[in-house]
Design a binder for this molecule. Structure first.
Ligand code: ZN
Length: 303
């Protein structure tokens, strides 16, 4: 092969590697530590998994879950870890659209009682706030009221772009585990990983169509048994696709997160839909999302 062609091929390889490496995603975990109905050990083990994967993660804490010593130790272990950034997720996880305003503000303040001093102890800033259910209010008046109030409390509203109903898969997964149905549990775990990758396909396509590039994605999942067992596989597959796992702060530097949002409903939809002005377009893209109807049916019919 002539030397110029060899050089050309080498250049193409380097360029395509560069374009692959441009994909970035921040990993965020809600409802930390794990629900009071699950053993707190799940949360401890999930933190160890994050540690062994060596990826940064932002956690959204509900302090209602941290009433006893054991849980406080778990919370502190998360906050102490150098790869973990703390976020407030309210005290008791209320739905903002149906909560009186003053009560919701109290929820925000109660949600940082332990977290703020611990964050200071470990030299971390507490500035991220994620709404429970990503419910930012039922209309524009409610949205604007809370946005201003959170701004005054020095909080930044945390967006997300990709989520794959891990809470629903987790309910099916833990039920099979409890019944000793390990093969069925494994099938659910694999379904969850595949669904997550399909959601990444969907939102990568949207990213290209709306912005002509791969924006920094933000993945939302929960502190649960399913992610303890399957988050490593998701991270492995994302890395194989060329994703770099970045922190929430790095993701928020992407200029898309400074764009205005136009979505004034209570539903917890991806920020991609909030950036769209045309509600028909939102419907069209939502209909193109991966089909999870079989898993939802199984979830609704579980006993
Ligand atoms: Zn939550």
């Amino acid at each position: 092969m002539p030397r110029t062609i060899q050089l050309g091929l080498l250049l193409i390889t380097i360029l395509s590697l560069e374009s692959i490496a441009q994909k970035r995603v921040a990993f965020t975990i809600d409802d930390v530590p794990t629900p009071s109905t699950s053993p707190v050990e799940i949360s401890n083990r999930f933190l160890s998994k994050i540690d062994s994967m060596g990826i940064p993660a932002t956690i959204f804490i509900n302090e209602e879950r941290v009433r006893v010593d054991k849980h406080q130790k778990t919370l502190e272990a998360w906050l102490k870890h150098p790869l973990i950034t703390p976020g407030n997720h309210t005290f008791n996880h209320p739905r903002y659209s149906i909560t009186p305003f003053d009560q919701f503000i109290q929820e925000v303040k109660d949600g940082e009682r332990l977290t703020r001093p611990l964050a200071e102890k470990y030299n971390k800033e507490l500035k991220h706030f994620r709404f429970p259910f990503n419910d930012l209010g039922k209309d524009s008046a409610q949205h604007i009221l809370i946005e201003n109030a959170l701004h005054e409390l020095n909080y930044q509203i945390s967006p997300f772009t990709v989520e794959s109903s891990d809470w629903m898969f987790n309910a099916l997964y833990t039920r099979h585990i409890k019944k000793g149905e390990l093969e069925k549990a494994k099938a659910i775990g694999e379904q969850y990983v595949n669904a997550t990758m399909d959601y990444f396909d969907h939102f990568e396509e949207l990213s290209q169509e709306m912005f002509n590039r791969d924006i920094a994605q933000i993945y939302l999942c929960h502190d649960n048994l399913l992610n303890l067992h399957y988050a490593p596989e998701i991270i492995t597959q994302l890395k194989a696709r060329g994703y770099e796992i970045i922190s929430m702060d790095e993701a928020l530097e992407d200029e898309v997160y400074a764009l205005p949002t136009f979505y004034y409903k209570k539903y917890g939809v991806s920020w991609f839909y909030r950036w769209m002005q045309d509600s028909d377009l939102i419907d069209q893209y939502m209909r193109a999302e991966p089909d999870l109807s079989d898993a939802y049916k199984a979830y609704e019919n579980r006993n």
